[in-house]
Design a protein around this ligand. Sequence first.
Ligand SMILES: [Fe+2]
Length: 269
Amino acid sequence: MAFIDLHCHMLPGIDDGAKSTEQALAMARQAQADGIRSVVVTPHHLNGVYLNLAEDIRQAVRAFKLLTLANGIGIQLLPGSELHLVPELPDALERGEAMTIADRGRAVLVELPVFTVPVGADQILDDLLGMGLTPVIAHPERNRALAERPERLADWVERGCLAQVTAQSCTGAFGTVSQNAAKTMIGNGWIHVMASDAHRDRRRIPQLSLGRDMVASWTSPELARLLVLAYPKALINGQDVDRSLLLQALAALPGQQQRRPWWRLFRRS
Ligand SMILES: [Fe+2]
């Protein structure tokens, strides 16, 4: 199966991802070997350490594309950014300074702090939705507050947000708390994308196959396919994701309707 990786720190030397062009090329080769055919490269922006403006990311992607072609690596590279969820973000997007997913101007990958959900997060997400942008919440299972109360994600999803789980959270590489949260979030239909969030050519590598296998064992191959291919494909093409496909895949799981009334989670009381 071909995969699309929506979150990957592969661009060399511009954030805490690949440290050199050699490492970035090694990551590109790993991605290709795993079956990843398209990678959205997502340098951090506005996280208090890194500032990567949209135009700088466009240029860096163009340069790295040439390098991969010169080295015979045949993956598609698309611009993106992991945008910290700060009050300045909506204005930065309005001014065109912050990069949207695949530069389509439709969806944005947004990142929370590690431990908390900041006061005001709801308002910023609403502001983005009001601008016609779909926030994709990066790895909610790795946020301590959300891992302890995964149902908080349901409200954001109901408002129109999407969410991205990290493949290595599903395989247990970040511990049982993140793994259990990932399983709960996926099982309830609050996760739409699985991505690598790769930073290196060792340990945090661009690989989706193992995470896909784990999600397929928790749910079904069809649901896993939505997360690693169908939904990321819609997002890089600037299209809406068809949420009914996920609900259908969940409803088709054995015993699902008896055990877990997930559809109530999408209804306001
Ligand atoms: Fe990331």
